[in-house]
Design a protein around this ligand. Sequence first.
Ligand SMILES: Cc1cc2nc3c(=O)[nH]c(=O)nc-3n(C[C@H](O)[C@H](O)[C@H](O)COP(=O)(O)OP(=O)(O)OC[C@H]3O[C@@H](n4cnc5c(N)ncnc54)[C@H](O)[C@@H]3O)c2cc1C
Length: 342
Amino acid sequence: MNSTSFRITWIEAQRSFVADAAETVLEAARRAGVTLPAECEFGGCGTCRVKLVEGRVHYDEPPLALAPEEEALGYALMCQAHAQADLAISTGRLLDAPAPAQRRRAKVVRSERLCGGVTRLVLAFEDGAPFVFRPGQYLDVLLGEAGSRSFSMASRPGEAEVELQIREIEGGYFTQTQLAALRAGDPLDVEAPLGAFGYHEEDYRPIVMVATGTGVAPLASMLATMLETGDAPPVELYWGARTQEDLYLHEHFVQLAARHDDFRYVPVLSRADDAWAGARGYVQDAVLAGHDDLSEYALYLCGSPAMIADARRAFLARGASVRYLYADSFTFQHAQPAAAGV
Ligand SMILES: Cc1cc2nc3c(=O)[nH]c(=O)nc-3n(C[C@H](O)[C@H](O)[C@H](O)COP(=O)(O)OP(=O)(O)OC[C@H]3O[C@@H](n4cnc5c(N)ncnc54)[C@H](O)[C@@H]3O)c2cc1C
C-alpha cells in the first residue's frame, strides 16, 4: 500500500477497504461497495458516527455533529473524516432496517393546518399497501429536478396511511410553494423508509426525548409504538417551541401522560406570553434544569441542527453517555439529482 492509502476495517461487518488520504472514509467505502450508515453527508446529522478502535483521522473543518467531547472519546464522522493511518472502526449497535427503501407512488389523503406554519400531510400508497417502517424513520418526497425533501413519519408503522408534520420554511420550494397546492387524490412520489434513527429497546434504561418544533414527529411515532407495548422504560418528552400556539400536539401529549404513569411531558417555550405557567427558555436548558446527572439515561434528540449540537455538548458534560445519545438532525442541504437544479 502506498504512503497515502490506508486500510479501513469495519469490525461489525467484517469488511475492509482501502481509503486514500485525499478522500473521506465514506467515499472510499462507497467506491469499494461497502455501505456505511450515512445521511446528510456534510457532517450535520451524525448518522455516520463510528468509534475509532484503532487509527486516527483528520477533518478539513470540524464537523457540526461531532462534539469535542465525542472526538476526545474516539468517535469520528465518516462523511468528513480523512484517514491518517490504518483504521479499525466500530458502528456499535445499528438497528435492523425493517425493509429496504423503495421508490413508490403515493397519493395525498388529506392536508390540514396543525398550527400557523405546520401542516399535517396524510399519504397512502396507491395500491393500499401498508407503510412499513421503524418508528423514527423518514421518507423522501421526490420532486424530479428539484431533488428530494425529507420528512419523518409521525404515525404508527404498519398502517395504510402515514402522517407527516411539515413546517413551512420561508422561501422553501416544497413547503411554501408545493405543499399548499396539494389536494386529496394528488400523486406524490416518495422513497421510504429511510434513516437510522429509532428506539433502541435493548438499552433498557430511562429515556429523555428532546425535540424542537416538528422534530417531535418521529418521537410521536416512537412514543405511540413504545407506550402501547406496555413494557417501555420511563420516558420524558421535552418539547421546545416558540409560543403556545406552536405546541400543535399539546393536548395529545397531555392525554398520553394522563394514560401512562411512566410518561412525562414537559413543554418548553422560548417566547411565552405572561399567561404561560410552564417551562421557559431553550428546551435543552430545561432538560439540564430537571437533571443534575444524565449518566443513567438514553437520550433521543430531534429537530434543528443548532439545538442538537448544543444539547449534545451540554448533555455529555452532564454525564450522558455517547453510547446512549441518539440524534436525528433536520438538516437541510438536499441531494440534487445529477445535472439538475431547482
Ligand atoms: C432526516 C430528516 C427528517 C426531516 N423531517 C422533517 C419533518 O418531519 N418535518 C419537518 O417540518 N421538517 C423535516 N425535515 C426538514 C425538511 O426536510 C426541510 O425543512 C425541507 O426539506 C425544506 O424544503 P423546502 O423545499 O421547503 O425548502 P428549500 O427550498 O429546500 O430551502 C429554502 C431555504 O430554506 C433553508 N431551509 C430549508 N429547510 C430548512 C429548515 N428545516 N430549517 C431552516 N432552514 C431551512 C434552505 O437552506 C434554503 O435557504 C427533515 C430533515 C431531515 C434531514
